[in-house]
Design a protein. Structure first.
Length: 278
């Protein structure tokens, strides 16, 4: 599948798309607290657009390891404020919302128009999510996670991480297909209930997940699999992020979810040019 459908719009994924991150949270691991006022939110949105992102992903509930709980009303309030601003100033920009709550996704889509639903739990944290996405028909990013953001990094364990993530996807894809829903994007969930070694094993075998028949989203931007390995900080992890984004593109990734849009767009351009020369 080389496109996603957002309402009446089809977004082509023939060429990889960069998804720029807008966190309207006080405690995200890299940029928490930076974008909470209208002026700062729009400054970030304009930057994401000007640097070439094709999608913007809005997060209002930090899912870093050990993140604080945010109730549904506060999450909805933060998301609504940001999405309304994006709709006002960039009405044609595809918007993704980062939420595992079905009611939040439904409320945003009903009030502010079609969106992409980016669920870090793959439907494991809200029993209503699959029925909701099937009802709405909107693109659904289904991410793998072991545990919850509060406990996922305590002691992640797999007998075979690639096989177990694959089985997670196949079981949940079947459940969505049984509801007549097929507008799915897969995310292996780098850093969500996985050790550094698990993350790199999944990265190495990423192209095998293309056999599931759905677009792949990769979200490794400035994550601990980079800065722990290199013994640096998230602020110093841009080079490592670009390396892994480039590897992901070579392995068939369709969407790169990033903090640093310009560098990801450049990686896409280089890899696509190389592929055309073969």
């Amino acid at each position: 599948m080389t496109h996603i459908t957002i309402g009446a719009e089809k977004v082509s994924l023939e060429k990889p798309v960069v998804m720029g991150i807008l966190n309207v949270t006080p405690d995200s691991f890299y940029d928490g607290g930076k974008y909470t006022s209208e002026l700062k939110i729009m400054g970030r949105v304009d930057e994401i657009v000007e640097q070439g992102a094709g999608i913007i992903d809005v997060g209002a509930y930090s899912t870093r390891p050990g993140a604080a709980f945010v109730d549904a009303q506060e999450e909805l309030s933060r998301l609504s404020f940001a999405v309304e601003l994006i709709r006002k100033y960039h009405p044609h920009l595809p918007v993704s919302i980062d939420t595992f709550r079905a009611d939040v996704a439904k409320e945003i889509s009903h009030c502010l128009g079609p969106i992409i639903i980016n669920d870090i739990s793959g439907g494991t944290m809200d029993d209503k999510m699959f029925e909701t996405v099937a009802e709405l028909g909107l693109p659904y990013i289904m991410m793998h996670i072991q545990g919850t953001p509060q406990d996922m990094q305590v002691n992640p364990h797999y007998d075979d991480v690639v096989r177990e993530v694959w089985e997670f996807f196949t079981e949940r894809i079947a459940r969505l297909n049984a509801l007549g829903f097929n507008n799915i994007i897969l995310d292996q969930g780098f850093g969500f209930g996985k050790t550094v070694a698990h993350n790199y094993e999944l990265m190495d075998k990423m192209d095998s997940f293309l056999d599931l028949g759905y677009p792949l989203l990769v979200g490794i931007s400035r994550k601990s699999m980079i800065w722990r390995l290199l013994e640096i900080t998230p602020q110093e992890a841009l080079n490592g992020t670009t390396v892994l984004n480039t590897i992901s593109l070579l392995k068939g990734a369709h969407i790169l979810r990033v903090h640093d849009v310009r560098e990801a767009v450049e990686a896409v351009k280089i890899v696509e040019t190389m592929k055309m020369s073969v």
